[in-house]
Design a protein around this ligand. Structure first.
Ligand code: PEP
Length: 248
């Protein structure tokens, strides 16, 4: 039985002092044994967030990282730096990073491999555009994203990975996918993982849905057989996130 994982993606929101306030406000609201709860916060607030979350069930994640150990990459954050301060998750290949910062399936794969080297769990994002959905190529496109993201990842590592299926047309738009649409793609992702590895790996890997999840839509989405929780943007910045975590 897979444990649900519900992660907030704060994006470029909240100052460091606001981060402490929000974590303290959300702590009692997200306290549960039933799901892993992750707050992915801006890099500048990671150290403070790790401190603020101590003693709670909240784990802190980064929103991005570089794939090199160190070096001349001005402005970037290395995996070892995240590891050093106690960051245990990292979002990789979010569609906003792919669109605005030229990330590709190949850089996603490099980052995934590095995250595992440092014992950090990657939350690997995939998802189709509206045009791709309308053209009927959603599943083919996502299978390709997954196959490249997992190149040279061992089955043991893959079992611990998190995949976030995030249709681009649903992110920040208020247009949530129907539970049937989300389940269809998450099932196809699990089948793809079974093809790459085996059925044990596919049964272990956790697959989230992301895209305009709210307290109203969470229960139906997260009850689908192949959906193991969510990656939540806008609604993770509000007390409503507590209702999403406790969706049952
Ligand atoms: C996201 O950016 O990962 C996301 C799912 O955003 P939202 O929930 O705001 O659509």
């Amino acid at each position: 039985m897979r444990k649900k994982i519900i992660a907030g993606n704060w994006k470029m929101n909240k100052t460091t002092s606001e981060t402490v306030t929000l974590i303290n406000q959300l702590k009692p609201l997200v306290a549960t044994e039933d799901a892993d709860v992750v707050f992915c916060v801006p890099a500048i607030s990671l150290t403070t967030a790790v401190e603020a979350a101590k003693g709670s069930n909240i784990q802190i994640g980064a929103e991005n990282m570089h794939f090199e150990e160190n070096g001349a990459y001005t402005g970037e954050i290395a995996p070892g730096m995240l590891d050093d301060i106690g960051v245990r998750y990292v979002i990789i290949g979010h569609s906003e990073r792919r669109e605005y910062f030229a990330e590709t399936d190949v850089t996603v794969n490099k980052k995934v491999l590095k995250a595992f080297e440092h014992g950090i769990t990657p939350i690997i994002c995939c998802g189709e555009s509206l045009t791709q959905r309308e053209q009927g190529v959603t599943i083919d496109f996502i299978r390709q994203q997954i196959k490249i993201a997992f190149l040279n990842v061992t089955p043991e590592q893959a079992k611990t990975a998190v995949i976030a299926y995030e249709p681009i047309w649903a992110i920040g738009t208020g247009k949530v996918a129907t539970s049937a649409q989300a389940q269809e793609v998450c099932k196809a992702i699990r089948e793809c993982v079974a093809e790459i590895y085996d059925t044990d790996t596919a049964a272990a890997i956790r697959i989230q849905y992301g895209g305009s999840v709210t307290a109203d839509s969470a229960a139906e989405l997260f009850s689908q057989p192949d959906i193991d929780g969510g990656l939540v943007g806008g609604a993770s910045l509000k007390p409503d996130f507590g209702k999403i975590v406790n969706y049952k």
